[in-house]
Design a protein around this ligand. Sequence first.
Ligand code: UD1
Length: 419
Amino acid sequence: MEKLIIQGGNPLVGEIRVSGAKNAALPILAAGLLADEPLTIRNLPHLQDITTTMELLGSMGLTLTVGKRLQVEIDSGTISNFFAPYELVKTMRASILVLGPLLARFGQAEVSLPGGCAIGSRPVDIHLHGLAAMGAEIEVSGGYIKAKTTGLKGADIILDKVTVTGTENLLMAATLADGVTTIKNAAREPEVVDLICCLQKMGANISGAGTDTLRIEGVKSLMGVTYDILPDRIETGTYLVAAAMTGGHVRLKDTRPELLEGVMSKLTEAGATVTRGLDWVELQMKGQTLKAVDINTGPYPGFPTDMQAQFTALNAVAEGVGVVVESVFENRFMHVQELMRMGASIRLEGNTAIVTGVKNLTGAPLMATDLRASASLVLAGLVATGETVINRIYHIDRGYETIEEKLMNLGAKIKRVPR
Ligand code: UD1
């Protein structure tokens, strides 16, 4: 297994490009199942989760043609089965996103039930209730969700909890259902909006994008189109935090700063100077003192849970005390123990981490536990004195495109080595 070795202490300086958003690309790849014609997706990030989704679609018989410029064409005309095996679903919970499209277009699906994961139990009950309300017959047995329908019907659905992939699954199912579906308490994340924009381009009739109430009027079929994935706001935020922590000055291009207002305002509160244009954002920290900030995660437009670990790392080396409350997931503080092994001072109380900044972290051998936790360990390694070795970096490769190359371009001392 590969690992990352980081020599801390260099401020990050320079410019890099932000990749396409993983969490928009995953549902849009699944939307390839809905179209009668090939769907071409551009600005796909080169990530393990994308490869896993393409492998899943390929295993169902779909034809995937990878082109130049981060492009893939998905043709569902060759589908031969409707099965998502445990072996793939266990490595990526977002595989559940094929359930809604399979049911809507082909009337059947057998998808492994995602298990627990490092950041909590993460059930899919809301996805299943919504599909049942649309008339699907669902049985859970032998670890699999077995679902069938003679035709989904529009329904009024109120989500018990705001769920991103739940909203996306039901939304995709509703595009081909008979009649009108409303989804209340829907997720408003930019990635949900990006999926809606793609579905609209394919001919779906959806209103309310970006609000908590979606109205979908089913259509008979959807077309194949070409669609560009939006930039990754979490990748953008992660590099901004890295620049702030290292006292650097970075410019990120090909991004959409308006999608991370909460993150940028916390960075300003932490002492950084943040400037932005339509498709770029710049953070300057030189000479300023990094100050601890309080964070409370929530569904969009709340503070993203996917940025919580990075801000925990920021607080660990900032002046003062930062209180970090995780309100979305029940157990998303796996990074805390590892940060403490580097000398961080953090007290955990239930879903709250009280972080008292220290002058110095020291490099240590560390274990990556989940995607964003791993990112926070990389950030900590960039400011620690001495060498940090991060093991199990396949977690990082699920969500950060060529992270060591991008960081090297910004002047970090980081390398990937085989075990
Ligand atoms: C998505 C993102 C992930 C992000 C998360 C929250 C993708 C591929 N992943 O994950 O990066 O951290 O949103 O912004 O887009 N819940 C239930 N029952 C359900 C579904 C969810 O109780 O049927 C709960 C979850 O346990 C969690 C909360 O709802 O506490 C939000 O989870 P959800 O938005 O569904 O996360 P994902 O869509 O899996």
